[in-house]
Design a protein around this ligand. Structure first.
Ligand code: DHB
Ligand code: MG
Length: 224
């Protein structure tokens, strides 16, 4: 597609080799994604490490993830919260969740992760009803049309100081088209607009290139 894409991949490989070695559990988790409902949708190793670093920087003990898939990012998040921490990860597909549980077991973190199967929005609102403790860190990485709903639920499940990261906010540049017929693009644009007008939230968005092509993250800090 882009001539530079092979260079992006080479640089990612160099960064990952140098700074982000994956252990066997992460390698197997990534490879297991090939058989999932969305092959290769998991984050890159250096992106997973970024999530883990952000969790460490805010001292996250409780993490909520929308979109487990096969649990690759979940392994990074679960390792980041330490053995006193907890991750709740919401996944629509039972088959993906089953693969994820195996990956979490191999990574030695199954005991600190709940993979909840079903509609992520319904599962999240159920957590609100149950009155769970607030989450310190949220990673939104599920179906993109539901991003605004996931943000709304996240705001019912976090506190001042919590951090929310949203994956896939660029999608090869498609995000700039206000008339896009792609519901995923509209889901991203709608959630960015919601964030922008919410005085509780401070946010930025960053484009990324690398082994995942051209995409990006939104990083949000809840200030009150
Ligand atoms: C898609 C979803 C993701 O979360 C991702 O990281 C890459 C691709 C997708 O919907 O195609
Ligand atoms: Mg993603």
């Amino acid at each position: 597609m882009y001539e530079s894409e092979s260079a992006w991949r080479d640089v990612d490989a160099y960064f990952v080799d140098t700074l982000v070695p994956e252990d066997q559990a992460l390698v197997e988790a990534r490879e297991s994604g090939r058989g999932s409902s969305m092959p290769q949708a998991e984050v890159a190793a250096n992106q997973g490490k970024l999530l883990a670093l952000l969790c460490g920087m805010v001292g996250a003990r409780r993490v909520l993830e929308f979109g487990t898939l096969v649990g690759y990012s979940t392994v990074w998040l679960a390792r980041a919260v330490g053995d006193a921490g907890h991750v709740t990860s919401l996944e629509l597909e039972e088959n993906n969740a089953a693969v994820a549980r195996g990956n979490l077991e191999r990574a030695g973190v199954a005991g600190r992760v709940d993979v909840v199967v079903g509609s992520a929005a319904e599962s999240a609102w159920r957590l609100v009803e149950e009155g769970v403790e607030p989450y310190d860190f949220v990673f939104i990485d599920a179906d993109k049309p539901s991003n605004p709903e996931y943000l709304k639920a996240s705001l019912a499940l976090t506190r001042a100081g919590s951090v929310i990261v949203i994956d896939n906010v660029v999608r090869n540049g498609a995000v700039v088209d206000p008339d896009s017929a792609d519901a995923r693009v509209q889901g991203v644009r709608a959630v960015l607009a919601d964030i922008a007008r919410d005085s509780r939230l401070e946010a930025t968005a960053l484009q990324t290139v690398g082994s995942k092509g051209w995409d990006g993250f939104t990083v949000v800090r809840r200030v009150r």
